[in-house]
Design a binder for this molecule. Structure first.
Ligand code: CLF
Ligand code: SF4
Length: 487
């Protein structure tokens, strides 16, 4: 086992920075992989899935329907009055739906959100334990919306029982939450499980869960289903252990590994929340993610979305599609959906062409210190969001080898509220971006510009409406030319 302190020590020298300390620096690694580095049949599966492809998340949306509330295990970070912490930030689900209501909602969203490409069932509850409702929802949706991808998130206990149906239903994306491969550690996370009409506790419970998770993973991989593993990082419980989890799931063929921070608060009423178990800091999360580099590919663009989320990953349009707002009948304009996809393919080609300039540009600035850049975007891979309207920033690092995506940071309150700049929001943004060198956005006013500059963050709208990575590479090269090498 690798000690967390050891990892902390190794990264201690770089405490202020957020860049990864190892691994490839091009934007085409990890979940950013594109058609050039994935087998064609794998690219075909992930190219429209916003969670399985970092590139796709600029273009496509997902939605969840909360139709399967029953669960067969208890996680210490879950209170089922709240969202499933496997896939969602804790917060009540607005509505639990019947399969019929869920299907109706999906069609209504598809009719007005052409970006919608994936339907996921991700709590609260376990999609595979509450399988009858999951299957009924998917069956009802695909007959009217055959171009939607189906996605499931599960704790894995019931998974081996449903692999044949998963394959038969073309569900080719399954997430298993695997927080441990050592039952001793599992016993600190799972107080009980319910399996084959019996309740198990302690080591026996977590050993059974572990065996079923590994069996399910192996069965899915053998059948060509893409498996993403989510791991909740729980400081002091599984932080040092997740490197071993990463290596094990890689060995077994998992496609992606998403290490996500525990969100813990006494108000959520969970065991961890009530007993003072804290979540990790951003720094601790990064240390574990960095330690996992070189193993299973890491997902870094997860937004820990709600179990009833609707829209692009950084947004939630769920409130636009509550049951009372759904139309009686829905007509889906497939020509519009096809036209959207054609537009995306054209944009992707342009984007791929523009990205060819990234490495050569970055190389011209070799021997410069890495540059950390925050980007305001509303999608399409472009720097196209006004500073004041941004609800999150994407963080990239440029160095001599290229431009690498590091993750997204949410803003508690956007700067522009009701047309006016909010000073308290600006202070929060400055703290959030304290380790960032440059902020790129489509537009920014004089006042926030001055304050950001004073805080050591250089704001710029020079690259407005241009592609993100080539702009960062060009900026990095330009700074390399302007700043002496020993500066
Ligand atoms: Fe939903 Fe999960 Fe499918 Fe995505 S979410 S079931 S794989 S469609 Fe995505 Fe949300 Fe992160 Fe999950 S951003 S929490 S990884
Ligand atoms: Fe909660 Fe999901 Fe764990 Fe079940 S699997 S206890 S719903 S977090």
């Amino acid at each position: 086992m690798i000690l967390f302190e050891a990892l902390t020590g190794a990264a201690g020298a770089k405490e202020k920075t957020l860049e990864t300390s190892s691994g490839c620096s091009s934007s085409a690694c990890g979940s950013s992989s594109g058609p050039d580095d994935l087998a064609p049949e794998i690219w075909a599966k992930v190219k429209d899935h916003p969670c399985y492809s970092e590139e796709a998340h600029h273009y496509f949306a997902r939605m969840h329907v909360a139709v399967a509330p029953a669960c067969n295990i208890q996680c210490n970070y879950c209170n089922r009055k709240y969202d499933c912490a496997n896939e969602s930030r804790p917060g009540v689900v607005s509505e639990r739906l019947t399969p019929e209501q869920g299907a109706k909602k999906v069609l209504a969203v598809a009719a007005s959100v052409p970006q919608l490409s994936v339907l996921g069932i991700a709590g609260p509850g376990d999609a595979l334990y509450d399988w009858r409702k999951t299957r009924a929802t998917f069956d009802a949706v695909v007959k009217d919306l055959p171009d939607i991808k189906l996605c499931i998130s599960s704790n894995g206990l019931a998974l081996p029982d449903h692999v044949d149906e998963i394959v038969a239903m073309n569900i080719d994306h399954v997430t298993i939450t695997i927080n441990m491969i050592d039952p001793e550690i599992g016993a600190k996370i799972y107080p009980w499980i319910f399996y084959q009409h019996a309740r198990y506790t302690g080591l026996e419970a977590s050993r059974l869960l572990h065996e079923r998770q590994m069996l399910g993973l192996d069965m899915l991989v053998a059948r060509g289903v893409l498996v993403k593993v989510n791991s909740v990082l729980i400081p002091g419980v599984n932080d040092a252990h997740l490197v071993e989890v990463n290596r094990e799931v890689k060995k077994r063929g998992a496609f992606l590994h998403n290490v996500m921070p525990l969100i813990s608060d006494p108000a959520h009423g969970t065991h961890f929340g009530l007993t003072g178990q804290r979540g990790p800091t951003a720094q601790e999360l990064k240390i574990v993610q960095d330690a996992c580099e070189g193993g299973a590919k890491l997902m870094r663009h997860c937004r820990q979305c709600r179990a009833d989320a609707v829209g692009m990953l950084g947004e939630d349009r769920g409130q636009e599609f509550t049951l009372d707002k759904l139309p009686e009948t829905v007509a889906i304009d497939f020509a519009k959906r096809d036209a959207y996809r054609s537009q995306i393919e054209a944009k992707r080609e342009l984007h791929a062409f523009a990205r060819m300039a990234v490495k050569p540009a970055a190389e011209t600035a070799l021997a410069r210190a890495p540059l950390t850049v925050a980007v305001a975007t509303k999608g399409d891979g472009l720097i196209n969001q006004h500073f004041g309207h941004a609800k999150e920033f994407l963080i990239y690092r440029a160095d001599g080898a290229g431009v690498k995506f590091l993750g997204a940071r949410k803003i508690a309150d956007q700067y522009c509220q009701g047309g006016l700049g909010e000073d308290s929001s600006l202070a929060g943004i400055i703290t959030l971006l304290s380790d960032v060198d440059v902020l790129l956005c489509a537009k920014i006013g004089g006042c926030p510009k001055g304050e950001l500059k004073a805080a050591g963050i250089e704001p710029s709208d020079d690259y407005a409406h241009e592609f993100i990575e080539p702009s960062i590479a060009a900026l990095y090269a330009k700074r390399g030319a302007e700043i002496p090498a020993d500066a």
